[in-house]
Design a protein around this ligand. Structure first.
Ligand code: ASP
Length: 359
């Protein structure tokens, strides 16, 4: 096996993001081990020359149970998650930077009416859609986000453009739309995001709010449908992205955790990458995504221990429902949630795929 020191120096060098250096260092450090492995285990060189890659996705958490989801619906969700997963994985396999894997996977979910992102986004109280998205790259902690946008076809692509082509991290509303237009990103009418199902949810929410005088957002049927992706690319970078319509019947320009770096999305090659889904107000207050990574960095916790602590202890004590997907630079994947279900899928460093919905 590669020893810890070799692994650490490979990672440090891979973080610098120079493919040539990566190739040279990988050869220098890995070759003796590969030859040894070849002799002992007869492992073909080709199967060990590639750096590990892995990907995980979520499509929202909430009261998703076998009782309220038919097998046919569950199958549709699984198929779409798998399609997105394979699209992202193909980018990683081709050696592309992780951000392209995140974008490919999320765009497929944004285009599906099944999820609360892009087409299928929930409605605001006023009856339209305000979308939020963010992306963060672990190499240099570059990040981009858009919030409250109504006419950008792919909010995650706009977030990526902010990261790569602006000096800012977060753009909102009409300014973000103007920027997206300048970047040549597709603009659409807000109605393109309409779906019958989400309209019914809005009507139900409004009735409940009127009947019980419940404060907005206190009433939810707790089926979050935000989408997110986290990846480890061949260069050793972790990248996270999240895209959402927010929460049904949101008002007053409410922004949730999804476009907020540190709350709904975070990535740092020194610890991990996280994308969250759930009741955004809690995820902002508890800085969920950054807290998981900080616990790894400062407390030396494993990815699973850190993610589990925040989702199943910190958030549960605070009454914040939801879940996360998280990945570290070794390719470990954790997908804890404190709700009844979470649409999720992953391909680990051994190429093993899993797609799941319930506990
Ligand atoms: N976290 C999102 C928000 O609060 C909702 C979700 O995950 O579905 O805007």
């Amino acid at each position: 096996m590669i020893n810890a020191l070799q692994a650490k120096s490979m990672n440090t060098l891979r973080q610098r993001h120079n493919p040539l250096v990566t190739a040279v260092i990988t050869t220098m450090l890995v070759t003796p081990w590969m030859l040894h492995a070849n002799l002992v285990q007869d492992t073909p060189l080709s199967t060990v020359s590639t750096n590990p890659i892995a990907i995980a996705l979520h499509g929202g958490a909430g009261t998703i149970t076998k009782a309220n989801l038919s097998e046919q619906q569950a199958q549709q969700y699984r198929a779409k998650l798998e399609e997105a997963l394979l699209a992202g994985y193909a980018q990683l396999k081709a050696g592309k930077d992780g951000q392209y894997a995140v974008i490919s996977a999320i765009q497929i979910l944004e285009q599906s009416p099944l999820f609360n992102a892009g087409i299928g986004a929930v409605y605001t109280y006023a009856g339209d859609h305000e979308l939020d998205a963010s992306i963060m790259h672990g190499a240099e902690r570059l990040a981009g986000a858009v919030s409250g946008v109504k006419t950008i076809a792919s909010p995650i692509a706009a977030a990526q453009a902010v990261m790569n082509h602006s000096v800012h991290v977060m753009l909102s509303g009409s300014g973000a739309e103007e920027f997206a237009q300048e970047q040549g990103l597709a603009q659409v009418d807000n109605h393109i995001f309409d779906t019958e199902r989400r309209l019914k949810s809005l009507q139900k929410a409004k009735r409940a709010i009127a009947d019980s005088q419940t404060e907005l957002l206190e009433f939810q049927d707790y089926k979050f449908g935000t989408v997110g992706a986290v990846v480890l690319d061949q260069q050793g970078n972790v990248v996270a992205g999240t895209s959402t319509g927010g929460m049904t019947a949101k008002r007053y320009g409410r922004i949730g955790d999804s476009p907020i770096i540190g709350a709904g999305t975070f990535a740092d090659n020194d610890s991990c990458a996280v994308s969250a889904t759930g009741h955004g107000e809690y995820f902002i207050r508890y800085q969920v995504a950054a807290d998981i990574c900080a616990r790894m960095a400062y407390q030396g916790l494993t990815l699973h221990a850190a993610a589990d602590k925040v989702v199943n202890e910190v958030l549960v004590e605070a009454d914040g429902s939801g879940g996360v997907i998280a990945i570290d630079t070794a390719g470990n994947i954790a997908m804890p949630f404190n709700t009844e279900g979470m649409y999720r899928a992953s391909i680990d460093i051994h190429g093993k795929m899993s797609v799941a919905i319930y506990r």
